[in-house]
Design a binder for this molecule. Structure first.
Ligand code: PEP
Ligand code: MN
Length: 278
């Protein structure tokens, strides 16, 4: 199947939020925040922590795609309110996931970037609905999907006329069990050859273990990714979801600092909110 909408050889830059944040074509986006939005105070502490540590965008799940229905499912609409509040107080634009077509309009009304997660990558109906909001979309690779299937899923967004699409490599399932998923680092240069869209990497879900996250993140910067999305918590051990892979805010700040020489070597720079554009 040919990809009609992807334009290899071109690099797209996508604007996020209302204050001039950009990603792609040399602008490297650092997203940090909790797996799940858990509480107002906790989210504010983490948001301030990641902002101070160099994040340009705040992540946090309000609707959570959990493997078991008995696990914490997220705060839902209340989580969206807390994310908007954190954005207003800390100043970082926000990204959060939508799981269900029935929630798309409410999520789009709040967030700056709509996340479609690995488990929904191939959900064409959800993709079309998300694309039609006109909001930028963060599309994560399914853990059983090939690179071409990720590009085909993105095509659902592009054919709706929404070109503000970021792709995310987040690890695939292989026979290896030492890490939670197997980071397909080669997917990044492969994707750069096949699409103009910015390509991010999520080292947290790939590794599943916090101490391996910084090395994977630096690898992503070195192979030409346009950004990373990292799970961070103010008390990692007691996170309600994905506790083992969450960095502390201090570890996150150290990781971000260590990216800069790598980004300089590959001709990129960390993107940030530009106060002059507000
Ligand atoms: C997430 O980023 O919160 C998440 C659930 O990731 P994935 O869809 O990649 O599993
Ligand atoms: Mn998670």
């Amino acid at each position: 199947m040919t990809s009609l909408q992807h334009r290899p050889g071109e690099r797209r830059r996508v604007s996020l939020g209302d204050h001039g944040l950009q990603v792609g074509d040399g602008e490297f986006l650092v997203i940090g925040g909790p797996c799940s939005v858990e509480s107002r105070d906790g989210l504010l502490r983490i948001a301030q922590g990641v902002a101070d540590g160099g994040a340009a965008m705040l992540r946090g799940g309000a609707f959570k795609p959990r493997t078991s229905p008995h696990s914490f499912q997220g705060l839902g609409d209340e989580g969206l309110v807390l994310l908007a509040d954190a954005r207003a107080r800390v100043g970082l634009p926000i990204v959060t996931e939508v799981l269900d077509v029935r929630d798309v309009a409410r999520v789009a009304a709040v967030t700056d970037l709509i996340q479609v997660g690995a488990r929904n990558m191939a959900n064409g109906g959800l993709l079309r609905e998300v694309a039609r909001t006109g909001k930028p979309v963060l599309l994560k690779r399914g853990f059983g999907a090939t690179v071409q299937e990720l590009l085909d899923a993105a095509e659902y967004l592009l054919v709706e006329g929404n070109e503000d699409v970021l792709l995310v490599e987040r690890g695939i399932r292989t026979f290896e069990t030492a890490t939670r998923f197997t980071l397909d680092i080669a997917a990044i240069p492969v994707l750069r050859e096949r699409t103009h869209l910015p390509i991010l990497m999520d080292p947290s879900h790939a590794a599943g273990v916090a101490r391996w996250v910084p090395d994977l993140a630096r690898a992503a910067a070195a192979v030409g990714a346009d950004g990373i999305m990292v799970e961070v918590h103010d008390a990692p051990g007691s996170a309600l979801s994905d506790a083992e892979q969450a960095l502390s805010v201090e570890q996150f700040a150290g990781l971000v600092t260590s990216l800069d020489p790598i980004l300089e070597a590959v001709g990129a720079r960390r993107s940030s909110v530009s106060l002059s554009v507000s």
